[in-house]
Structures are given as structure tokens and as C-alpha cells.
Design a protein around this ligand. Structure first.
Ligand SMILES: Nc1nc2c(ncn2[C@@H]2O[C@H](COP(=O)(O)OP(=O)(O)OP(=O)(O)O)[C@@H](O)[C@H]2O)c(=O)[nH]1
Ligand SMILES: [Mg+2]
Length: 184
């Protein structure tokens, strides 16, 4: 029997929807490290923020068990990023498609995560497309200059079916890169 368990990391800037994404899909009670947001400017956006990590699990219809970790978005907790990126088989990178105010955080985070797991496939998600004024995946791609060979899809982290679809798409990419995870 091959081990069909692997690790996924949900990344993205402050408030992109990481904790929500993990909660929506997890089949176990998630581990959360939410604390009151301390800076005024951030408190205006939301009351709580992740200070260490999120964790959940999801077994898909083919029996693959995804151990899903979420990172804290705030740079103050960036010491957790390389720790959480270790042994990751794939990244979901969430972007708030309705609000560009924290997009400046994206390049540094990406650089740190990809340095630790450079061969793990990454799927960018233009999140919150249920909200008015959301940008399309193509608009997000253009604005962030994401090259054509990297996937950008639209997402709603509160919608289980959509989160499932995103994870299935990433799992396909992971299986292409890790044939040892495939049953023959
Ligand atoms: N409408 C809508 N709201 C969303 C979606 N995803 C997340 N949210 C909301 O966006 C806010 C931020 O979500 P979180 O899941 O806390 O974001 P986060 O990326 O974990 O934030 P940090 O851990 O602080 O970096 C919350 O109010 C969520 O309910 C979505 O797809 N649609
Ligand atoms: Mg969070």
C-alpha cells in the first residue's frame, strides 16, 4: 500500500481568506490560532488574525489525505513561513480579488515559501469573487504579472464545492510531479 498522505500549504497576504479556506474544507475540527488584531489599521479590516497556523485535514474521493496547513498572513509572524513551508507538496496562494491594499506583501512571502519548497506546484486563487467589484482571475494575473504557465483560478473560500475543486486541481499538479504518490 502506498502512503497517500501529503501536505498542502495555504498561503496569501493578510485577510486573503486562508483560515476560512481551511475551515470550509476540513473534515476534522481545525486547529486555529486566532488572536485579537492589535494594529488599528488591521483591526479596521477584521477583529482577529492568525498568529501561528491553521490546520485541517481532507480526504478526497480517491483516498488522498491532504494535511492542510494555513500560514499567518501578517509579516510580524513571518518566522512561521519557512517552518510551515517545509515538506509541502503544493501551495494554494490566496489573493483578495476585491482589495489590493495588502498585495504589497505577496512577493516577499512567495520568495520565502518557494525557497523552502521550490519544486512544489503553486495555484493562485483570486478569492472572494462572490463580492461585488471582484477582479477576475485574468485581471489578477495581469496585475501581479503571474506568468502563463502558472495557474490562476477564481475562488470563494466559504464555498465547500469550490474549495474542493481548487484542491483537486492542485492535487492533479502534485501527482504529475510526484508519481510515487500514484497507484499503478
Ligand atoms: N465574501 C467572502 N468573504 C470571505 C471569503 N474568504 C474569506 N472571507 C472573509 O474574509 C475575512 C478574512 O478571512 P480570514 O480567513 O480570516 O483571512 P486570513 O487570510 O486567514 O487572514 P490572516 O490569518 O489574518 O492573514 C473574513 O471576514 C472572512 O469571512 C470569500 O471567498 N468570500
Ligand atoms: Mg488566518
Amino acid at each position: 500500500m502506498i502512503d497517500k498522505t501529503f501536505k498542502i500549504l495555504v498561503a496569501g497576504h493578510f485577510g486573503a481568506g486562508k483560515t476560512t479556506f481551511v475551515k470550509t474544507i476540513s473534515q476534522i475540527e481545525t486547529v486555529n490560532t486566532e488572536r485579537k488584531t492589535s494594529l488599528k489599521e488591521e483591526r479596521e479590516k477584521k477583529e482577529t488574525t492568525t498568529v501561528a497556523m491553521d490546520f485541517g485535514e481532507y480526504i478526497n474521493e480517491y483516498g488522498y489525505k491532504l494535511r492542510i496547513f494555513g500560514i499567518p498572513g501578517q509579516e510580524r509572524f513571518s518566522f512561521m513561513w519557512p517552518i510551515l513551508a517545509r515538506d509541502t507538496k503544493g501551495f494554494v496562494f490566496l489573493i483578495d480579488s476585491t482589495d489590493t491594499s495588502r498585495w504589497f506583501e505577496i512577493p516577499k512571502q512567495l520568495k520565502i515559501l518557494l525557497k523552502v519548497s521550490p519544486s512544489a506546484p503553486i495555484l493562485f486563487v483570486a478569492n472572494k469573487v462572490d463580492l461585488p467589484g471582484a477582479m477576475s482571475a485574468e485581471e489578477v494575473r495581469k496585475k501581479l504579472k503571474i506568468p502563463p504557465h502558472i495557474k490562476v483560478v477564481e475562488g470563494i473560500a466559504t464555498d465547500k464545492k469550490i474549495v474542493e475543486r481548487i484542491l483537486n486541481e492542485l492535487t492533479e499538479e502534485i501527482l504529475k510531479k510526484n508519481p510515487e504518490l500514484k497507484e499503478i
